[in-house]
Design a protein around this ligand. Sequence first.
Ligand SMILES: [Zn+2]
Length: 271
Amino acid sequence: MPELPEVETTRRGIEPHITQHTIRDINVRQRALRWPVPLQLRRNARNRKILAVERRGKYLLLRLDNGTIIIHLGMSGSLRICSSDAPADKHDHVDFVFDAQKILRLRDPRKFGAVLWTADQPEKHKLLASLGPEPLQDDFTGEYLHRHTRKRTAAIKSVIMNSRIVVGVGNIYACESLFLAGINPKRKAGSLSLARCERLVAAIKQVLADSITQGGTTLRDFIRENGQPGYFAQKLFVYGKAGEPCAHCGNPIKQITQQQRSTFYCTQCQR
Ligand SMILES: [Zn+2]
């Protein structure tokens, strides 16, 4: 599933190819994505220039002068730049046509993605309005996490995966960040000291930034004619490593289930 680092890498990959370019047409082959692609999208966005390509959480925002196209990659979506005569796969549902040589193509085999339109400020859109801070921005601090976890009895792992607290911390990143910070994923969020909240926030920023840096090496894939842009496997310490020795202490990594998601951690190093 595309997580925040993949979405940010996608943003960086497509941005130089489409910013300041005019959308000449939009071809929708499959309207039934997670939500229907709105009928007014083509009318509103045709012959408009893309002023900026931004990201909020896992949403990509194509800013035009009369509104914003909101794109979510869902479970399996990807975007790439290709020429308009590249044959469309059955999973290639939406094309944004710039000129004969260049289109932006959404492929989404599982159709959980979305292409939406808003004429309002996108921050006010119902999907974005309740999102917490961006993890890599300066307003996400240990002090912020400490303040928002007081009296919370939920496990710290579920709290950092709650997009109202902070956006973009998916399951892999939550497991890895808690390992780096030495925090047991089952620990009650409200029991963490300020110092441990600061360590956890630093770990989240490090894990996400490292993943985005690694994604940068796959940027050229966004202009490949065929195939998926390469989602990337970063070096993992605990995720998917049940039974393997912990890199710090050699104790076998334990796997449990929390909120229907697998959690991997070291019972020695994470307290
Ligand atoms: Zn360990």
